[in-house]
Design a protein around this ligand. Structure first.
Ligand SMILES: C[S@@+](CC[C@H](N)C(=O)[O-])C[C@H]1O[C@@H](n2cnc3c(N)ncnc32)[C@H](O)[C@@H]1O
Length: 283
């Protein structure tokens, strides 16, 4: 790669804080099927979604009738080219509205997806994006991990239902942990490994990175979670515990009066004190 191109790519990646990870349609389909009943008659907003490369927009526009949606709104960030990954180069952005199939061909035709200019760059915190948020019933997206705290705080402030992707470490952020404790957020279905498409300018720092035969860059992470306040049946499954507490099996933390439990199903059924989980707790 020529030096100037490499520099410009690095510059874009830095500007974008490497937040450009795009979800695969199969991951979205596999997880969202567990929430189908929540969407009937609802306005869905994808507020961090370069529309044509976001598989969230794709999923909801192609399943609009099946889910019985009322309206689909998507905003993208620093991007007006709806077919491209955002390279964070434009100070303006656009938003899209889709209100369903009007000609009975069961497809979201391009001309039925209305594209409107935004005054600003599509930041989810901007006034105009907040106005769109107010119209929404459910927000579904993979927001920038670097702004996760602020992102969730805004959803809570506007009392929105949501289903969003985040890093498992977010559980330990004090703001997020408090919401979990208060039963205002919980984990969604199936958390763990996820593969993401990344843009051309992505500079790999990670080991879980590859390029496929078409040249598309990818990376994967093993600690990805869905965070939601939509109810789902897994929350109501009875947890069958079979282990009893023995001091040697459950080491005590040095700095906190709690014992460590390696996995959910290793929770001792006869221990009433505080317990802590490790990274693989939910696997
Ligand atoms: C992890 S990517 C996910 C993209 C898409 N939701 C998907 O899953 O395919 C996060 C997206 O948030 C966008 N973004 C970054 N900062 C943002 C902000 N302040 N407001 C709105 N979107 C932002 C990025 O441009 C990027 O497209």
């Amino acid at each position: 790669m020529a030096k100037s191109t490499a520099n410009s790519n690095l510059h874009k990646a830095k500007k974008g804080k490497n937040d450009e990870f795009y979800n695969q349609l199969s991951d979205i389909e596999n997880k969202l099927k567990h929430y189908k009943d929540h969407f009937k008659g609802k306005v869905v907003y994808c507020n961090c979604d370069a529309p044509r490369v976001s598989n969230f927009f794709h999923y909801f526009s192609h399943n609009f009738e099946l889910l019985g949606l009322k309206k689909l709104i998507a905003t993208c960030y620093k991007n007006q080219q709806i077919d491209l990954f955002s390279d964070n180069s434009s100070e303006k952005a656009v938003y899209l509205i889709y209100e369903g199939d009007k000609n009975q061909n069961f497809k979201p035709d391009d001309e039925k997806i209305e594209v409107f200019p935004l005054k600003g760059d599509g930041d989810f915190r901007s006034e105009e994006c907040i106005e769109l948020l107010k119209q929404a019933d459910i927000v579904v997206t993979n927001p920038p991990f670097s702004l996760f705290r602020e992102y969730v705080a805004q959803l809570v402030e506007y009392d929105k239902k949501f289903l969003i992707i985040g890093n498992q470490n977010a559980i330990t952020y004090k703001e997020i942990f408090s919401l979990i404790k208060e039963n205002k957020i919980w984990l969604g279905y199936k958390n763990g490994d996820m593969e993401f498409k990344v843009p051309d300018y992505y500079e790999p720092k990670a080991t879980r990175y590859w390029q496929d035969e078409t040249g598309q860059k990818w990376r994967s992470m093993g600690n990805i979670c869905w965070f939601t306040n939509l109810d789902h049946s897994k929350r109501h499954e009875e947890l069958i515990l079979y282990k009893s507490y023995h001091e040697n099996d459950y080491p005590k933390y040095d700095n906190y009066d709690a014992v460590e439990v390696s996995k959910v199903d290793h929770i001792p059924m006869d221990y009433n004190g505080y317990m802590g989980g490790t990274n693989n707790f939910f696997e």
